[in-house]
Ligand binder design. Structure first.
Ligand SMILES: CC(C)(COP(=O)(O)OP(=O)(O)OC[C@H]1O[C@@H](n2cnc3c(N)ncnc32)[C@H](O)[C@@H]1OP(=O)(O)O)[C@@H](O)C(=O)NCCC(=O)NCCS
Length: 179
């Protein structure tokens, strides 16, 4: 993700987040070496078929359809946000973005990954569980707009072979699935 994607990312967040980041926050994120954000770019509208880039999402397309980001902190990778355009959901976009983030976290030497999700956001919990995140606990009153507890999840040992194998299985399943 670069500054040229900020408007598109804000438009996606307006669909799915109650308390989205401002443009100023996004500009600051782009300048911070301890933050890393990816966008998913589609080549065509989903109803016309969306092509699958084996190497990632950046390519000839021009429509930003999702984004996800990390904060690197004390040897850990914290997933700061994930959102996908409602027209492109249920096609594995968020799963692909998270796989790519976890690859980057490992490359950067992170030993663990963490995140928070709204306690009622079962779809997000399933997404994270599929990739090996496990519930760590509940953070009471973590969210304020509207008030809600957070489920805290983590992958405790990112460098364990089982973690890489699980992610590789999900990656292989995505290659077989229609997008
Ligand atoms: C949560 C969110 C990011 C998921 O994005 P997504 O791109 O739809 O996620 P995926 O497609 O990878 O996975 C979603 C579902 O589609 C299914 N799926 C993936 N690829 C598929 C395919 N090719 N065909 C059919 N189904 C598919 C997955 O198995 C998954 O099913 P499940 O919900 O029963 O577990 C999205 O709903 C969103 O933006 N929500 C609003 C913001 C938000 O809540 N973010 C999380 C903050 S913690």
């Amino acid at each position: 993700m670069t500054v040229q994607h900020i408007d598109a990312v804000i438009a996606i967040d307006a669909q799915g987040y109650v308390d989205p980041w401002s443009a100023t926050t996004w500009y600051n994120e782009m300048r911070d070496d301890d933050r890393f954000h990816l966008v998913a770019i589609a080549e065509s509208h989903p109803r016309g078929g969306c092509s699958d880039h084996p190497g990632g999402f950046e390519g000839a397309g021009d429509r930003v359809v999702g984004h996800a980001g990390l904060l690197f902190l004390a040897g850990m990778a914290h997933v700061s946000n994930v959102a996908v355009d409602s027209d492109y959901q249920h096609r594995g976009v968020a799963t692909r973005l998270l796989i790519e983030l976890l690859d980057r976290a490992r490359e950067r030497g992170c030993t663990a990954a963490t995140l928070e999700a709204r306690a009622a956001n079962k779809r997000a919990h399933r997404l994270y569980s599929r990739l090996g995140f496990q519930p760590l606990g509940i953070s009471r009153g973590y969210y304020t707009k509207p008030p809600e507890d957070a489920l805290v999840m983590s992958i405790r040992y990112l460098d364990e072979p089982e973690v890489a194998e699980r992610i590789d299985r999900v990656r292989a399943a995505l290659r077989l699935a229609r997008t």
